[in-house]
Ligand binder design. Structure first.
Ligand code: BGC
Length: 786
């Protein structure tokens, strides 16, 4: 831009930077004026011209630099094989940085790119904004338990606004890996085990992050990760091998990724795992054939951290150049943290091992996103980014609502002759004992990916309960009881003492926040440390016991499930943990969360998921219950040679979709609009199967029920799961109110990958069931005719 820059553009915003930026046309200049003022931001119509103009000027090194992403905070300088970032940015060797978290730092690096690099191309800043940026919401598994995509979209929007205010315009979220194994730590970041629900949640996150258009300064790029199969890590061990049949890949694991692509997600991240012997970050079948070819994805693919280099450990590359070549040619555009693209791609192109056009195409993808985000016009974080540093009151309000909706009431029994223990009665003079290592642990409430969340923003259960009990003239006694980990039982006496003085004991137990998420797989899913013993000791006082479980995964809590009066799965609820829990415990809100991942009885059942195939020798559920509980599990009864364990039931402790309420719901039988319908008509979009049921609030409180619709298809060319979620609706019902709930099953719900590996609607018998969870409800049969 020339020296005749009009004085009306605030100098602080554009200053010397834009004086030096290249604007190749008068139109670009006019656009700058438009975006600098109050005019609505719009994608640049000359995006492609600008990108091509830049491409023509770029050297091979600069092009490879655009495909290089480094993490701030990683060592640079002598001995690291890496220049300082300042030097590399100035010489055009870095296209994107991750893990820069604050506006001032973003702007410092950006100034180097925009002012000192030859072509003045701005950097793109990325970060793991997973369940909130500064306002931390429940972990994603908890968010999915809300069955409320609109709410999830709102949380993603708030996260985007907070991150964008600091100049972060790219989040590595949503993680849309289907997670069927509770041992895998990253189940906490997932929407659980169901691809249908996962697809709906994926779309919600994408909409929330990306907003209506990327040019909006509060929009950030979303990233569907980890492509693909990462959640199927063998034995639940993070980064482990996966071996997934093409049918399962298409039917289960690809679904939420495809949904993300259809929702317009701007970027994908290639995964760490090998899939069928080919590392996912060098997998031409998934990255090229499926993602680009079948789905027509035109956005950017970034590798996971160091995954390009890790192809060497996988054993398919002997050196960095081969690793870079294989990943790049398979379809990974940008290399996160290996540094191999920037060092190897120029040579690979010169030698002809990598076609120049392919390099250009990947660079185009990066530059287009930078243009789309408006980074050329507004490269810097808003100067007043610090104004949003504290979570706003409305954001905290949303965090509280999200937490309230995420809680799953797993059990709520009535002590002899009384009403169920929850909600707690608030009677002056009553005493509550709050016990356990998670009752007052602010840090753990933030869960595994807390971006810029800080513990001092968290209101713990202890703080909120103290306030509530004081306001109601009740007494709160507190004892930590034990740590989460370790062997120390010295706090037990105090815990038992306070329990004895109380009318009811609340035990806050579970996992440490950072023992979930990445690199946090577990071979044991029991309560850590001495917590179960603590629970047993408090239970032995004879006082009613409520267990509030904080975790990023299903746990094996069979003893608690049998002995505690009530159990709440609270996940890691975020900054409003305490107030949300107190409102739920006292019945100000009626729990409506439902499990999106199956809770096993024993770790040996894993991977345990509801939408499994039936097998040729299914064990009838009644037999499953009877034989093990009768102590006759090893008997050579008629069911010995059915698919079962000899030392444990098949059934989970708590099934997918389970969640209680303070009211009760009654379901009518499911009925269908028509009992015969043509597969061709469904395929062609001319017909659908309509099923409905009446749901009545049969209790005394208003409540929100998550009405679920499951199907089973039989008589098909390949076996289909015994139960598959194909619809859900959250409905609010007053006491006594009845609502007719209808689900429309179309091609999308009824098609599957058949024996010819085609996604089709086949002639079949359809059984559809409208039910409160994945195990209940009587189905209606519909014949899908040829
Ligand atoms: C994780 C990704 C994450 C990336 C960047 C990796 O280790 O697997 O999910 O986005 O780091 O922090």
């Amino acid at each position: 831009m020339g020296p005749d820059r009009p004085a009306t553009i605030p100098a602080a915003k554009f200053g010397t930077t834009l004086d030096r930026m290249r604007f190749t046309s008068a139109l670009g200049y006019l656009l700058l004026l438009a975006t600098a003022g109050a005019l609505p931001a719009r994608p640049s119509p000359n995006r492609d011209a600008r990108v091509e103009d830049l491409l023509q000027q770029m050297t091979l090194e600069e092009k490879s630099g655009q495909l290089n992403q480094y993490s701030a905070g990683q060592p640079t300088g002598p001995g690291t094989h890496r220049d300082s970032y300042e030097t590399m940015i100035a010489s055009g060797q870095v296209g994107s940085l991750l893990n820069v978290t604050r506006a001032e730092e973003v702007n410092r690096y950006q100034r180097i790119a925009v002012e000192r690099s030859r072509l003045h191309i701005p950097l793109l800043f990325g970060l793991d904004v997973i369940h909130g940026f500064r306002t931390i919401f429940p972990v994603n598994l908890g968010l999915s338990s809300t069955f409320d995509p609109a709410l999830i979209e709102e949380t993603a929007r708030v996260a985007a606004e907070e991150a964008a205010a600091q100049g972060i315009r790219w989040t590595f979220s949503p993680m849309v890996d289907v997670a069927r194994d509770a041992r895998w730590g990253r189940i906490a970041e997932s929407a659980g085990e169901d691809p249908y629900l996962g697809s709906i949640m994926a779309r919600a996150y994408v909409r929330g992050y990306q907003g209506r258009q990327l040019h909006d300064p509060t929009s950030i790029l979303a990233c569907a990760k980890h492509f693909v199969g990462y959640g199927a890590a063998e034995a639940g061990r993070d980064y482990n091998t996966t071996d997934i049949s093409e049918r399962s890949l298409r039917q289960v694991y690809l679904g939420p990724f495809h949904a993300s692509a259809e929702a317009g997600v701007a970027t994908f991240m290639s995964a760490f795992n090998s899939l069928d012997g080919v590392p996912a970050s060098a997998n031409a079948f998934t990255l090229h054939d499926v993602l680009r070819g079948e789905w027509g994805f035109s956005g950017l693919v970034v590798s996971d951290w160091g995954a390009v280099e890790e192809t060497i450990s996988h054993g398919i590359a002997a050196d960095g150049a081969t690793a870079a070549r294989k990943s790049f040619l398979a379809g990974v555009d940008m290399d996160m943290e290996s540094g191999l693209y920037v060092s190897e791609l120029p040579g690979l192109v010169r030698s002809g091992a990598v076609p120049r056009q392919e390099l250009d195409e990947s660079v185009r993808r990066v530059l287009r996103l930078k243009v789309d985000l408006g980074l050329f016009e507004n490269p810097y974080a808003p100067v007043d980014g610090s104004a949003t540093v504290r979570p706003r009151a409305e954001s905290r309000g949303l965090a509280q609502r999200a937490a309230e909706e995420s809680f799953v009431l797993l059990k709520n029994a009535a002590p002899q002759g009384q009403a169920p223990i929850l909600p707690l009665a608030s009677r002056p003079g009553r005493t509550i004992a709050l016990i356990g290592p998670l009752a007052d642990s602010a840090r753990d409430m933030l869960g595994c990916w807390s971006a810029q969340g800080i513990p001092s923003d968290v209101i713990t259960l202890r703080t909120a309960l103290a306030e509530r009990t004081a306001a109601e003239g009740m007494r709160l006694l507190y004892a930590e009881g034990s740590k989460i980990l370790g062997n120390d039982r010295s706090g037990f006496d105090e815990a038992v003492r306070v329990a004895r003085k109380a009318d009811v004991a609340i035990l806050a137990l579970g996992e440490q926040g950072d023992r979930t998420g990445e690199g946090a797989s577990r071979a044991h899913l029991d309560l850590d440390g001495q917590q179960e013993k603590l629970l047993e000791a408090v239970h032995a006082t004879g006082k009613p016991v409520i267990v509030v479980l904080f975790s990023g995964r299903p746990l094996t809590v069979a003893w608690a499930a049998e002995h505690a009066n009530a159990i709440v799965a609270a996940w890691f609820p975020g900054v409003e943990a305490g107030p949300a829990l107190v409102r739920m415990l006292f019945g100000d809100v009626n729990p409506s969360g439902r499990l999106t991942a199956t809770w096993p009885r024993a770790v040996g059942q894993e991977p345990l998921y509801y939408n499994a195939l039936n097998t040729g020798r299914p064990t009838p559920p009644a037999v499953d219950a009877r034989e093990v509980t009768s102590g006759d599990a090893t008997s050579i009864g008629a069911y010995r040679f059915t698919s079962r364990y000899i030392d444990e039931r098949n059934a989970p402790l708590f099934p997918f979709g389970h969640g209680l309420s303070y009211t009760t719901y009654a379901y009518s039988a499911t009925s269908a609009g028509a009992r015969r319908i043509s597969a061709a008509a469904i395929s062609g979009g001319r017909a659908s199967v309509k099923v409905s049921a009446s749901v009545t609030n049969s209790g005394k409180r208003e409540g929100t029920e998550v009405v679920q619709c499951y199907i089973r298809l039989t008589g098909t060319s390949v076996a289909r799961p015994a139960s598959e979620l194909k619809g859900f609706q959250r409905i609010r019902l007053a006491p006594g109110e009845t609502r007719r709930v209808e689900f429309v099953l179309t091609r999308e719900e009824l098609s599957f990958w058949n024996i010819q590996m085609k996604s089709v609607v086949e002639p079949a018998t359809l059984e559809a069931r409208i039910a409160p969870d994945s195990t209940r409800g009587a189905g209606v049969s519909v014949i899908i005719e040829p």
